[in-house]
Each structure stands twice: as C-alpha cells, then as structure tokens.
Design a protein around this ligand. Structure first.
Ligand SMILES: [Zn+2]
Ligand SMILES: [Zn+2]
Length: 351
C-alpha cells in the first residue's frame, strides 16, 4: 500500500504534469523513477504527460499527494479537450506526431520545446501551454516563446530530462540547459508579438479546453497541414500571401516531415493568422486545395464541424466542379457570408 508523501508541493500556475511531479519527487527526496517504481508504475516514464486523466497513476498520485485527481488531470495536455477530444492516450504510436503537440526529449527527432524567459525565471516551472503548438507567444509577457538554448542553440528539453535521478533543488536546476548547463533565463529578452497575433492567441486560449471546439480545431489543423506542406499549390499560396521576410522557418534541421509543429514560434503565429484570412478572402483556392489532394485527406468526422468546411469538401469532391457555375456561385457567396474560419464567430456560438 502506498503511503501519503510527507511533502506535497502544490501545482504552480499553468504547470505541466512532468514539471510538477519532478518537484513532488524532489520534495520527498527521491527521483521520479523511484517514485513511480514505488507505486508499481512500470511504463515508459518519459511519457507521463501523455496520460489520460482516468489513468490509475493519476488517482494514485492524487492520493499520495492529498490532491483531488481532477487537479492532477488539469496538468495534463489531455485536459485540452478542444484540441484532443477524448482521444489522446498512451496508445499514440511513438513516432507519429500527435497533433498540436511539440515533441521534446526522446524519441528522435527531438524537435524541442519552447518557453517564456520571464515565466521560467519567475515561476521556476515548465508550463502546459509550452507543449502545445498553438502557442507561439506568452499571453502574460506578450513576447515570442524561445525554442533553443541562448548559449548552445540546442533544442529545449522538458522536466523529464531530470526523471532518473534525485534533483535536490528543482527550482534552480529547471532553468539550466540540458545540453550545456547554461542558464536559459539569463539572456537577451525576447521580441514582443503584434497585437493581432496576441489577440488570436488569447482567443485560442479561451477555446482549447472547450470540447465543443474539437470540430473547429480539427478543421484548422487540416488547413494548417495543407498550407505548411510541400505541394506546389501550397508553395504558390504561401508565396502570394506571405512577405519574403515571413516565409516559413523550421525549428529543427533534421525534422522528418514538414508540419505545423516543426515551424518556429514566429512562423506558427504567422500561419495561424494567415489561414484565417486565406480562406475568407480566397475561397476558390480552398476548393482547389481540397481538389489537389486526395479527398480522404480532408475527410473529418465528428460533431460541431463548421458547415462551410463540409460544404466545400463535398463540392470539391464532385468531378464537375469547374462546370457547376451555379453551385459554385452559391458556395462562394455562402462562404463569404459565413465568414469562413472566423474564430471570433465560432467563439460567439452558443452550443
Ligand atoms: Zn511569460
Ligand atoms: Zn545550452
């Protein structure tokens, strides 16, 4: 029977589970690995953040730390049901990218995490938001998140890098680079984001925990996947829409695929802003995009999918799209009226 731990530090603001459990283990003088061993937890502990809130380990830890299991669940990315619905769990294949999720640590490729210099300095913990690709900036400090060590340029790891040994002072160690040992918070301040980008990030932040938004985010993800892709059409659209200085930049040289998650923070914010305008102002291009790809790639099932998206996919799948001037006209005017992927409009919906 597992005993209640004598020390049970509370979760800090926005702290992610791996960072919190590191502090809990350290506070009790053991490593995270020892802590998990003592409750017969044999899984790959590097992946504790991918637990589903009803995982038995969540309730064991809640008992051990005298916390409500619900509070433990809130520290897990799975609590972002607007992004993940109820589908995120340990079963995700190792090397397939989890949507919206930045890959850190092993297995390779280590695309790396991200962090806000000021938040890390002030609160001494890793945040849940930093693991998620929707966030490219800090909502509190209004600056771009950083993605590599200011000294050695290696990618940012997460708290799981400390899991195998006892960390006497996690508040101090957490700010150190896992590669060169330099301080991640003693460096030049980060650039501030524009008000538009900040506003968009705030809107998404208000939607990510709302399970009704799963359909919206699924569609947004499809659009981003396409627009960040290597197809000629995507390249053409990017070259027409983005200024030369704002072309996409990968944050990982050895990324095995080009997807939204491997873009740097600035490029992700640019793309999030761009796809909204793109399909509002250029609806024909959206239909072309759908037609340029196998229709199966665009098919999404689930509740609360935006109607304009379903209409577009259906229309694009008809072979006579170019000839159907009437249906085409009807679709284009509906697209304009519905405001396409207007986030604001979705946020105002009552359902
Ligand atoms: Zn911050
Ligand atoms: Zn370093």
């Amino acid at each position: 029977m597992f005993r209640v731990l004598p020390s049970h530090p509370h979760r800090r603001n926005e702290e992610i589970f791996s960072s919190w459990i590191l502090r809990i283990a350290s506070g009790n003088g053991v490593s995270v690995r020892d802590l998990c061993d003592s409750i017969d937890e044999t899984r790959n502990i590097q992946r504790l953040d991918l637990m589903w809130p009803n995982d038995p380990l969540v309730s064991s830890l809640a008992v051990a730390t005298s916390m409500r299991a619900e509070l433990v669940g809130q520290a897990l990315p799975a609590s972002l049901q607007g992004l993940y619905g109820k589908g995120i769990n340990e079963c995700w294949p190792y090397n397939r990218a989890l949507p919206w999720h930045l890959r850190t640590g092993s297995p390779s490729p280590n695309v790396g995490g991200q962090y806000c210099i000021d938040c890390l300095r002030e609160s001494r913990c890793y945040q849940l938001r930093w693991r998620i690709s929707v966030y490219g900036c800090c909502l509190l400090h209004k600056n771009f998140l950083r993605e590599c060590c200011p000294h050695c340029d290696e990618p940012i790891r997460d708290a799981s890098q400390f899991f195998n040994w006892r960390v006497p002072d996690p508040d101090r160690e957490i700010e150190l680079c896992g590669y060169c040992g330099g301080s991640l918070v003693r460096c030049e301040p980060s650039e501030f984001v524009t008000n538009d980008a900040l506003e968009l990030a705030q809107i998404y932040d208000s939607l990510v925990r709302n399970p009704n938004c799963l359909g919206y985010f699924s569609v947004l993800y499809k659009l981003l996947q396409f627009m960040c892709g290597v197809s000629n059409l995507a390249k053409l659209m990017r070259s027409e829409i983005l200024a030369d200085s704002r072309q996409l930049i990968l944050r990982c040289k050895d990324a095995d695929m080009i997807c939204f998650e491997v873009l740097d923070a600035k490029s992700r914010l640019t793309m999030l802003t761009t796809v909204l305008h793109l399909f509002k102002d250029w609806p024909v291009h959206f239909v072309d995009a759908v037609r340029s790809h196998s229709i199966r790639n665009w098919w999404i099932s689930g509740p609360n999918l935006p109607r304009w998206y379903l209409n577009a996919v259906e229309l694009a799948s008809t072979k006579r799209w170019n000839l159907m001037s009437c249906a085409r006209q009807e679709f284009l005017s509906a697209a304009t009226l519905e405001g396409w992927a207007s986030v604001g409009q979705f946020a105002d919906r009552q359902d």
